[in-house]
Design a protein around this ligand. Sequence first.
Ligand SMILES: Cc1cc2nc3c(=O)[nH]c(=O)nc-3n(C[C@H](O)[C@H](O)[C@H](O)COP(=O)(O)O)c2cc1C
Length: 405
Amino acid sequence: MRFLYEKTQPELFSISPVPKTGQSTLVSRQNPLKKRAKAFSFVAWTYLYPVHVQSNPRHKPSPPVYHLLKPLLFALPPETAHKFSMRLLSPRLAGLWNRAINHDSRLQREVFGLNFPNPVGLAAGFDKEAAHLNTLAAMGFGFLEFGTVTPRPQAGNPRPRLFRLPKDKALINRMGFNNAGLEAFAKKLAARKTQNLNCIIGGNIGKNKTTPNEEALRDYALCFEKLFPHVDYFVVNVSSPNTPGLRALQQKKPLSKLLKGLQELNNTHIQPKPLLLKISPDLNRSQLDDVLQIAFDHQLSGLIATNTTISRENLGSTPQQKIKTIGAGGLSGAPLKQRSTEIIRYLHRESKGQLPIIGSGGILHPQDALEKLEAGASLIQIFTGLIYQGPALIAQINKALLKNK
Ligand SMILES: Cc1cc2nc3c(=O)[nH]c(=O)nc-3n(C[C@H](O)[C@H](O)[C@H](O)COP(=O)(O)O)c2cc1C
């Protein structure tokens, strides 16, 4: 807590000019009692407020809690802020943002044979290790997609690898599938069985960086088999720009081989599970046509459109120098919105609405979600919007959906 105060209110702290102990010590210019009382009331409020909300059914919509915390979080490096906030959040605290509206029966929809309590999901990459299953479920999402998981643990790219572009409401990341590996992932998901969560769980699977593309099927198959008892649907991720060569698996021949192999495995089970493909927004029309053909050939249950882009278009408010300094990575958030919606519209039209689409890319406001659904998406996912707008976005979208009915 003190660390946060130091970052955001440096004027409260200074290095004592003559430290008694001979070491530099941090001392406050404020009365220490006053400072402690302030810190105590902040912590007490953060923990007691949700109890108050939950025990008071007549409580009106929560105050903009996230917008109070955001300056503190944004003062930290993005990856640290993400870890810190997820550690700070308990399921009870996360429930603070979960409004009754998320559970309104009019929001329920059946897509690829699964019953979603509402159409707002968490996109992959937010929790790559399924470490915060209960907390995220408590926020009111209709579905959570965990991963991308790879068979063996891997560290990902060197830091820094996640960057905020606040003026454009965007992120650039080159995480590189950092994750604790399949064993740990499956263990976390196995715990779910005992918990009776009211949301659908997706498993987003990938391959290790060191696995050559020719052997990719083995990695995906390992993930598929291990996770089969623990997830409701699968997503094959071949569209991340941060694993060298991965996106080449989106080409016709390797993609067909991969999906054929996975569907063969799927069909060895008495009740096969929905298998989806997540695609890049950087595919051209003819590549999108190939994807559709392959999706039908291999009886995929749906597509996720889209992953992050390697394009740097629509970054009107971020200085070019900053963009250059950041370097390689996938761009998400507002600049991606239009492209991903165009792709959804195209896929929906060309498939004659026969292939369910999960819309992902640049949903920062309820209106953005409505646009994706109007373009043909059956469900939507958020990631960057959660960073910029906070978990209240889930209920805001659901509220807009009900209003639009
Ligand atoms: C930091 C970060 C990590 C991501 N990691 C993954 C991942 O591991 N697997 C994946 O399929 N998508 C990953 N994504 C892509 C998101 O799931 C999402 O499709 C994309 O960011 C577009 O949505 P948004 O604009 O709402 O963020 C990641 C995105 C970000 C920002």
